[in-house]
Ligand binder design. Structure first.
Ligand SMILES: [Zn+2]
Length: 259
């Protein structure tokens, strides 16, 4: 698996996969580097399916998420039981240059409140046309990570789901078991809402909302942010992201069967 990432070829590849799978392909506002695909598909089983939101590529130096989504889209049945909405490449300019921020140096994942960047203004415009989701997952990487970890905003699904997702990722990359990660208290790789709020105060009062906070305030009770450790081989990080998404999807299907 190649570590180089070309946004226009990625857009072509994922749109080809989406077209073959019968997805509706829309676009967010483009950037100078590339179009920004927005992929939607209803469950083949019809109404009542769980509604899932996935996104990646908001930090341009984190490529395991976009590549994982491409692999998932290439498996025709991966999302068959779900109403899925996917934004696989929110920051093509950053990805083209292998930098975290966009071309203006803005960290797009801190721009969901009083947004300044065209990328996030365009994303929010699209989100405002969308309804609620049963769960969401944002796929990230940590450039100095020593293992997988995740941020968990989960007020609805199983309280052990974060641990289950980490365990699934841990079959492909190590788990970050440090008691503090990125300044947050952590429990075997899970950084939970309770600890985040204790440290930083109510999430809605933060001046610099990331995508997960915006989603959790407007669109869903379940927002996970995965982090794969960039020093490990790309194929393993991609597999860890896929395992994380699959575990979340499994929990959603259990919830639907019970209701
Ligand atoms: Zn990131």
């Amino acid at each position: 698996m190649s570590d180089t990432f070309d946004p226009p070829s990625f857009a072509r590849d994922i749109e080809d996969a989406a077209r073959a799978g019968g997805w509706t392909i829309r676009h967010l506002s483009p950037t100078t580097t590339s179009v920004r695909p927005w992929l939607l598909r209803s469950a083949s089983a019809g109404p009542g399916a769980p509604r899932l939101y996935l996104s990646s590529g908001i930090h341009g130096d984190e490529i395991s998420g976009p590549l994982a989504l491409l692999e998932m889209l290439r498996q025709p049945d991966f999302f068959a039981a779900f109403d899925a909405t996917i934004f696989p490449m929110l920051n093509p300019d950053g990805l083209a240059k292998n930098v975290r921020e966009n071309a203006d140096g803005i960290d797009l994942n801190r721009d969901y409140r009083n947004s300044k960047s065209a990328e996030i203004l365009g994303h929010i415009e699209a989100l405002q046309t969308l309804d609620r989701f049963d769960a969401s997952m944002m796929l990230h990487e940590d450039f100095e990570g020593i293992g997988a970890y995740l941020f968990e905003l989960n007020d609805e699904l199983s309280p052990t789901l974060g641990k289950e997702i980490i365990a699934a990722m841990g079959r492909h990359v190590p788990i970050d078991t440090r008691p503090e990660i990125d300044t947050f208290p952590a429990h075997d790789g899970v950084l939970s809402r309770k600890d985040i709020v204790a440290l930083r105060g109510p999430i809605e009062e933060r001046p610099d909302w990331p995508e997960a906070i915006y989603l959790s305030l407007r669109h869903t009770k379940v927002a996970y942010t995965t982090e794969t450790p960039k020093p490990f081989p790309l194929a393993q990080r991609v597999a860890a992201q896929i395992a994380a998404v699959r575990t979340l999807m499994g929990a959603l299907q259990i919830k639907v069967r019970r209701s």
